[in-house]
Ligand binder design. Structure first.
Ligand code: PGA
Length: 251
């Protein structure tokens, strides 16, 4: 058994208003199973402070779905790292494929966001993953390697303590189609080897790599039993307390 942290992270995307988030936390706290895994939940910005206050006595970490790369300024509608910190947040998801696809976030921009997050002592869940056409063209390994290199490979070795990778094949997100445990393991192992090539196997072996893309209670056990899969980043199935708890139990 490796010593890596097991993590189950919920990405709520643009779902749940404050009252709905509150209901979720009330039930979750009642039903939370004992687990060695870290439980992370990313609600919308409008629920962050309330979620943080509601869960502060419990083994649940509230995290953010995004942040802006500048420290402050005239960026209407944006949220800074310091603002997240001010409501108790210590970790942020960056590079989600929906941010890349719908908001034009590039590797260069994401590199700036990662650097800003780390400078502000925010940990990062960094998402990478290929689209279907890239997998069909057999360029998925190259693409994932580029995503890693372009955004993360100028970090110092010591920064990697604060990084978690989430491999999310775009074709599996919200589609009900999941990567097979073998496909996911193959890519997770490749990601770990790529990090090892740049930073050494001590660093690579310590990085948690989560799988995301239609994780559900029924497919979670087989995915999480793979040697390089250290947990999941869960969208749809994290919106219901019961299915989220079943996924926590599977890790
Ligand atoms: P999904 O989303 O579980 O609904 O596929 C995962 C994600 O986008 O992080």
């Amino acid at each position: 058994m490796n010593q890596r942290k097991k993590i189950i992270a919920a990405n709520w995307k643009m779902y749940k208003n404050l009252a709905e988030a509150n209901d979720f936390f009330t039930f979750l706290i009642e039903k939370l199973p004992k687990t060695k895994a870290e439980i992370l939940i990313a609600p919308s910005f409008t629920s962050l402070w309330h979620a943080f206050e509601t869960t502060r006595e419990h083994p649940v970490e509230i995290i953010a779905q995004n942040m802006h790369q500048e420290e402050k300024g005239a960026y209407t509608g944006e949220v800074s790292a310091a603002m997240l910190k001010s409501v108790g947040i210590q970790r942020v998801i960056l590079g989600h494929s929906e941010r890349r696809e719908y908001f034009g976030e590039t590797d260069t921009l994401l590199k700036a966001k990662v650097n800003t997050a780390l400078q502000n002592e925010l940990k990062v869940i960094f998402c990478i993953g290929e689209k279907l056409e890239q997998r069909k063209a057999n360029t998925h390994f190259e693409l994932v390697k580029n995503q890693l290199q372009n955004a993360l490979f100028e970090l110092n070795k010591s920064d990697w303590k604060h990084i978690v990778i989430a491999y999310e094949p775009v074709w599996a997100i919200g589609t009900g189609e999941t990567a097979s445990p073998q496909q996911a393991q193959e890519m997770h192992q490749f990601i770990r080897e790529t990090i090892a090539g740049a930073y050494g196997s001590d660093t690579a072996d310590a990085v948690s790599i989560l799988y995301g893309g239609s994780v559900k209670p029924d497919n979670a056990p087989a995915l999480f039993s793979q040697p390089d899969i250290d947990g999941g980043l869960v969208g749809g199935a994290s919106l219901e307390v019961d299915s989220f708890i079943d996924i926590i139990k599977a890790v």
